[in-house]
Ligand binder design. Structure first.
Ligand code: DO4
Ligand code: MG
Length: 282
């Protein structure tokens, strides 16, 4: 099933997307409320959604598919990300390769719903960054005790120059207004198929012209998603209705640093297209 949120009758409302690409809103439920209800009743999200959705489909645009309680992100899970960061950094040789290689993954707190935007909304470029880049990632929506409820697309927008200056600046390079885009839909595990065989592409367009294009297949993800989740939950009671981003395998170099007005589009055929314009945030 493909689930999202829509603006419906003046309220953020969970909906599922039917075969005709129409939304069937689930009245009185946001995505978080849908998850809470499914966990309280012990029924899966799919059956709660199909029981309570309105009967007919409507043409409604997907918005942020969940207002997550917490967002966490993993890093250096693709060889390209570790290698480019080591090359960028140049202070301690293999600093990022170490994390790529060792059993313990990198994970960091990316924020809450406050920093998230949905399809079509502006992603942020910090006013004090000259090199901000999109990081296209597969993300999972988590239920109680880290159950993977579904998959979506994420853009872990990052101020690479701030991270490059000193690794202790990582939180400032990663967490600020508009630093994460999610959507357009959440695809349940039964519908997605193999999460380790997804073709992901990313483009940046400027003034309507393509400036950058990159791609990766999630077969290059160096960790099992369950392992990333297991480490996240070690001594850390992440609440149900949180999101975990699994790291980027597409690297955007400094020559393609985001400028205001650029449009970043991430695509995975099984999930859809997540497109956002960039703007300066202060
Ligand atoms: O170590 C810095 C962040 C890495 C990251 O966000 C990624 O690899 O996706
Ligand atoms: Mg990332």
């Amino acid at each position: 099933m493909r689930l999202t949120q829509v603006n419906w009758n003046g309220r953020v409302t969970a909906a599922f997307i039917n075969g005709d690409n129409l939304a069937r809103p689930i009245p009185e439920h946001s995505m978080l409320e849908l998850i809470t209800r499914s966990e309280r009743q012990g029924d899966d999200l799919t059956s709660i959604a199909s029981t309570h959705a309105i009967a007919h489909g409507e043409k409604l645009d997907p918005i942020l598919p969940i207002h997550p309680r917490e967002v966490w992100a993993c890093g250096c899970t693709y060889e390209t990300s570790a290698a480019f960061r080591d090359a960028e950094h140049g202070t301690r040789e293999g600093f990022y390769a170490y994390v790529y290689r060792e059993p313990r993954p990198e994970s960091f707190f990316k924020g809450t719903a406050r920093v998230c935007v949905g399809p079509g909304q502006p992603i942020g470029i910090r006013f004090d960054s000259k090199f901000t880049a999109p990081e296209p990632e597969l993300a999972v929506m988590l239920g109680a005790e880290g159950k993977i409820l579904g998959y979506t697309l994420a853009n872990d927008v990052s101020a690479w120059d701030i991270e490059r200056e000193n690794p202790l600046y990582l939180p400032q390079s990663k967490v600020y207004n508009g630093c994460l885009s999610l959507g357009p839909v959440i695809v349940t595990p039964d519908e997605l198929g193999d999460p380790y065989n997804l073709d992901m592409t990313c483009t940046i367009t400027r003034g309507g012209k393509e400036l950058f294009s990159g791609s990766v297949n999630t077969s290059k993800l160096h960790r099992k998603i369950e392992t990333l989740v297991e480490y996240l939950y070690r001594a850390n009671s992440v609440p149900s209705g949180s999101v975990l981003c699994t790291g980027t395998g597409i690297i955007v170099k400094e020559e393609h640093a985001l400028q205001p007005g650029d449009v970043v589009t991430i695509r995975v055929p099984q999930i859809g297209e997540l497109s956002n314009p960039a703007e300066i945030v202060s």
